[in-house]
Design a protein around this ligand. Structure first.
Ligand SMILES: [Ca+2]
Length: 192
């Protein structure tokens, strides 16, 4: 029979208070916040024994429990070029971005529109990707081309082209649709 019971100070647990409490297990931080023991964490520290770093989560508060209103924050309205800021739970959106601009904050002139021709070669289609460095666009190449600007031939295609000279039968795809679907290469690739 247990004839005594230890009342442990903060930060310790176990029958004899010989185990340190991990204040981050279970994780008290919400929405992906990162937990760490509080710097003052010690046997006589008063709660809370943990700290939550909410950076990048879109939330704030002791446990990252509260949505950040980015539209009315200290940094001002993040949306540019006439876009309207709409706060959302854990994030925000820039609505009514003019069609010639793109990006999370409507911050950039659409590189595909700015250089209508000459970004994506050989029938590739340009798609804005304005938050993605270093190019801020992606080229959706037709099946036989690859590379950032669709200027490198796919080896597999190149070999088959040499064998069959089927390239003469093809016309570059001019579609501006998104995404590109290459339907014209299927039969050609079956040539032996
Ligand atoms: Ca928000």
């Amino acid at each position: 029979m247990q004839s005594y019971r230890c009342v442990c100070p903060a930060g310790f647990t176990g029958r004899h208070c010989d185990s340190e409490v991990d204040p981050c297990d279970p994780d008290p931080c919400l929405h992906g916040g990162r937990c760490r023991p509080a710097p003052s964490f010690s046997s006589d520290a008063a709660p809370p024994l943990f700290e939550c770093s909410c950076e990048g989560t879109g939330y704030e508060g002791e446990r990252c429990e509260a949505n950040v209103d980015e539209c009315n924050g200290d940094g001002g309205d993040p949306c540019l070029n006439g876009a309207r800021c709409v706060d959302t739970d854990g994030d925000y959106e820039c609505s009514m971005c003019p069609p010639s601009f793109c990006g999370k904050n409507c911050q950039m002139e659409d590189p595909c529109q700015r250089q209508q021709q000459g970004i994506c070669m050989n029938g590739g289609t340009c798609a804005p990707d304005c938050d993605q460095e270093p190019y801020f666009y992606r080229c959706l190449c037709t099946e036989q081309w690859t590379g950032v600007n669709c200027t490198a031939k796919v080896d597999r295609w190149f070999r088959k082209t040499l064998q069959t000279d089927i390239s003469k039968k093809r016309k570059p795809q001019q579609s501006n649709s998104f995404p590109v679907t290459s339907t014209t290469t299927t039969t050609s690739l079956k040539v032996k």
